[in-house]
Design a protein. Structure first.
Length: 648
């Protein structure tokens, strides 16, 4: 049974040994994908050492087994059927096609994340398909990615050829039973055994207490949360998040009274002073990581780390700026609810979650009740990322996209209208609005494929990364916008809020931590100079709405999950979601809540690389309670559609 012999340049072996060989072969290919994932993104994982990488590879095997069992379930079932006709050539060819096609999908997703990780800083999950469904112009974008990252297709082709050749090295032969019924009976216990082993593999262990492994189990093999992406594989992450609900009821606190005492998202104005009627303009800059803003990084001396935002730097010196500010999500689709409605991106982006139809309050709806006209500007094709749908839900009265701009000469060929002309369109558009107004613009040009308009090619400095010149172009566009806006009658009576949607890789080691992967600028600018200063306290995107409403002396209660940054008594915090964990910043500490349990605490000031887990050695009960209260309020209110203050 165990004898292997050469036959027509192939080897024959017992069918079950062949199945084991082919499954082991897949494990090797997944490990190759994991090694490539790390090598292409080494800068993102500065704490990985030679020996710790072996631990990561070992941990990855558990995730690979689980994913491969799912992907190859049909193949294994057909392979194990206890009938001798399966050894016919036609059946074996069918099995090979099923094997190659099934695993080509898994390998392709793993290789895709070599590149996509740089943009979302995590493995792809099932939400990617929902985001893609919202996006217009995906065909052009996909073709551009194929063009720019052609080597990923080359690697995929090589791996699939190797997989096909390796698959055929061993040819299965049956147990030497002459009678078909005897062979049938011999196969039944083998199928039962394989099913049992498959269940163990999917669950990640054989013990009764072992639950099916989830993405956060990768934390057992890493030194830092961001390294969990190396341990995982993309097919596993997609399958584990498929159909996952974003907002599951939490019961950390039994009574509503105790929960509200610790934290409540209901903001009640403490005075009824004279309301300001300033215009409000939100400017959300695509991929403007804090790392690119020179005035927020005075410690960097290398010319290649110089600022790519000279105009924004000049504006910061005249503004109220928050030097320790963070995004609440990692994708553009996360940012709009966070910035305009104080809804953080936890577990899934709100826009694509099962609760996206909830009644919410936002800057547009709340100020609309005060007589404000509102508009949202985004130069991408209408429908991109579902922004037009969300803005309707949020109460924006007007939406201006590529369709309304109506000049294809300024189309960049991929994302939409170049920033400079679209910012000018934005400036002139506000001149036709009735004051007071609230508007938001979302820039697009500082995005892959990192191209510039023909007239600006070679004009802006190249940095270490292709995005650097595009950051400089968008900063230039912002300057031209302000040059135009200053001539407008509405300018002096306007509050400008400038921030970023999310971060991208910066090639600066300081920003390669799970905390600083969210680091962005947030600043408030008033042309009359009435808002100036530097605040080093924690700030986040969801703080913008309550801060602006407080500044305007908005008179009515509303729901917002952030803080009023102008209130010195506010409990400053930052919350976001990373690798199946709630990441929570309070004071100098970072807390990680996974599967309803606190799994790590780091002193991010004394230990910026987050290498020393202080869990069990520090007493920070109030901070832990605050984190759980925020998560419970958010989940339960979203699940119960309680995102607005009920009118009595």
């Amino acid at each position: 049974m165990l004898k292997i012999r050469l036959n027509k340049k192939k080897y024959e072996a017992n069918e079950y040994l062949v199945l084991l060989y082919r499954f082991t072969l897949l494990m090797v290919f997944y490990s190759i994908c994991r090694i490539l994932f790390y090598l292409f993104n080494t800068a993102s994982f500065p704490k990985v050492t030679f020996w710790s990488f072996f631990t990561i590879l070992k941990g990855g095997l558990m995730f690979d087994v689980s994913a491969l069992i799912y992907l190859n379930a049909i193949y294994m079932l057909l392979f194990l059927l206890p009938f001798q006709f399966k050894f016919n050539d036609w059946y074996q060819k069918l099995l090979k096609w099923i094997f190659i096609l099934s695993n080509a999908i898994g390998i392709a997703f793993n290789l895709m994340d070599i590149i996509y990780y740089r943009y979302i800083l995590k493995r792809t999950t099932a939400s990617m398909f929902d985001v893609a469904a919202f996006d217009a112009g995906n065909t052009n974008l996909l073709m551009r990615f194929v063009y720019d990252f052609w080597y990923i297709l080359l690697i995929l082709s090589i791996l699939l050829i190797l997989l096909s050749v390796s698959y055929s090295i061993l040819k299965p032969k049956p147990f030497p039973f002459r009678h078909p019924f005897a062979y049938f009976l011999s196969g039944i216990p083998i199928i039962a055994l394989v099913v049992a082993l498959s269940v163990i593999g999917v669950r990640g262990g054989w013990r009764h207490s072992t639950r099916p492994i989830s993405m956060n189990n990768a934390g057992a093999f890493v030194n830092a949360p961001e390294e969990m992406s190396i341990v995982q594989n993309t097919p596993f992450c997609i399958m584990r998040t498929w159909g996952k609900k974003a907002f599951v009821h939490k019961t950390y606190f039994a009574s509503e009274e105790e929960l509200n005492r610790i934290y409540s998202p209901v903001h009640v104005p403490d005075s009824l002073g004279m309301a300001r009627k300033d215009n409000v303009v939100f400017i959300i800059l695509e991929s403007f990581s804090r790392a690119f803003v020179g005035s927020l990084n005075p410690q960097f001396k290398d010319p290649l780390d110089r600022s790519y935002t000279p105009f924004l730097d000049s504006l910061i010196s005249q503004s109220l700026v928050f030097t320790n500010a963070f995004a609440n999500g990692r994708k553009s689709i996360d940012a709009i609810p966070s910035v305009t409605a104080s809804i953080p991106a936890l577990v899934l982006p709100y826009v694509i979650s099962e609760r996206s139809g909830n009644t919410i309050n936002s800057m547009a709806s709340l100020l609309g009740n005060q007589g404000y006209e509102s508009a949202f500007y985004h130069g991408a094709p209408n429908g991109s990322m579902g922004f037009d749908a969300f803005t309707k839900i949020a109460g924006f009265q007007h939406y201006y996209g590529r369709t309304e701009y109506n000049n294809e000469a300024d189309f960049d060929g991929i994302w939409g209208v170049w920033d400079e002309p679209f910012f000018q369109y934005f400036a002139h558009g506000m001149s036709s609005m009735k004051e007071p107004f609230f508007t938001t613009i979302f820039s697009i040009s500082s995005h892959h494929p990192y191209e510039l308009p023909a007239k600006y090619k070679g004009k802006f400095p190249e940095g270490r990364l292709p995005i650097n010149k595009c950051i400089r172009y968008t900063d230039h566009s912002l300057q031209k916008f302000f040059d135009t806006a200053r001539k407008m009658p509405w300018f002096k009576n306007t509050l400008f809020v400038i921030t970023a949607d999310h971060t991208v890789d910066s090639d600066i080691p300081e920003y390669y931590t799970s905390v600083n992967h969210f680091a962005i600028p947030i600043l408030f600018y008033k042309p009359d100079g009435s808002l100036k200063g530097v605040d080093h306290g924690l700030a986040q995107q969801i703080d913008i709405m309550p801060t602006v409403l407080s500044y305007l002396a908005y008179p009515n209660p509303y729901v917002a999950f952030g803080n009023n940054l102008l209130d010195p008594a506010a409990k400053r915090f930052v919350i976001n979601y990373i690798e199946d964990s709630y990441q929570f910043l309070s004071g100098d500490y970072a807390f990680y809540l996974t599967d309803d349990k606190l799994t790590a605490i780091y002193n991010r000031k004394e230990d910026p690389s987050l290498s020393k887990n202080l869990l069990g050695t520090v007493d920070l009960i109030q901070e832990q309670q605050l984190q759980k209260a925020i998560v419970q309020q958010f989940n339960n209110r979203m699940a119960e559609n309680r995102m607005v203050v009920e009118r009595k």
